[in-house]
Write a protein that binds this ligand. Sequence first.
Ligand code: MRU
Length: 349
Amino acid sequence: MKVNGTEYRTIWMEGKSVYMIDQNHLPWEFSIFRSDDYRTTCRAIKDMTTRGAGAIGAAAGFAMAQAFMDAPAQNFEEYIADARQTIMDTRPTARNLFYAVELVYETGKQSTDAAIKQAQRIAEKDIADSRAIGSFGNELINSGANILTHCNAGWLAFVDYGTALSPVYTAHAAGKEVFVWADETRPRGQGARLTAWELNNAAIPHSIIADTAGASLMAQGKVDMVITGADRIAGNGDTANKIGTLEKAIAAKHFGIPFYVAAPTSTVDLACKTGADIVIEERNPDEVLYQTGPDAQGVIRKIRVASPGSTAFNPAFDVTPASLISGIITEKGIVDSAKDNLLDLLNRL
Ligand code: MRU
């Protein structure tokens, strides 16, 4: 995607260095973070310098490749095993992270060069999948549609294009009129900061709404469809996504509004039979208790927004049951989760 006229990917690797758009600085500052070794890349995943299922998948694949490039001959296997575990320990919920680590780890058994090629291939496939999701999803969008989305599943959450926003970009490019309601997505504000920044950048009409506003807008007929991303999809179609997604799905069902999940098939984890098997990340309570942003003078400050002395609980994801999902938009087509068995579909496509 273009930023100020220059084409950027969210994350890429050149030689031994991994470059990523620093998402902790957005929307206030556009900057590129550089990591020269797998440990730094792991820190960038953990502290959400890069985030979103596809982007952390690519980051994890690149980190594994960096480990192969750096592994000393005298304790090669031990170093690689340690790196693999360290990368897998960064964040637990997004399936793409584990998918990428495993692929690069397995390929790296042939050669370091093969590991690097595999990591680059994962990033390229992420882009191709996102584009395909855009074309399939576009077929669901009528001109004039008001689309609600939660969190950020745009190009910043993938290597390019994104998932939930990819159909919106495709529809907009095709000349359809689209309007996006962007849930602010507390506590980290990925909707208010990142989705809004992306949509501004692409000149797509949108409004940021409080996380609590969606149901009321649905009741007033102001939402035609919901599209969200996914971090992990269980074999039965239950879907883990950013905390707050479940509430939107329940409200959409109540008001008869289609609720779509957009995700590549690399997000499906058949080892999880149902959503109950998905590990939900719990993050630092400070994300709930404090907010960060520029003050009136433009100085970035962290301020407390909760009662002093109170603590907080911060689960980062929730699970939407398949029964609330109208369809899953994948790079291979749209799965009707009420009718299609995901396993059958994956085998068939
Ligand atoms: O914690 P994050 O920001 O990495 O969470 C991931 C997400 O952005 C969302 O849950 C998203 O909708 C799915 S991943 C593209």
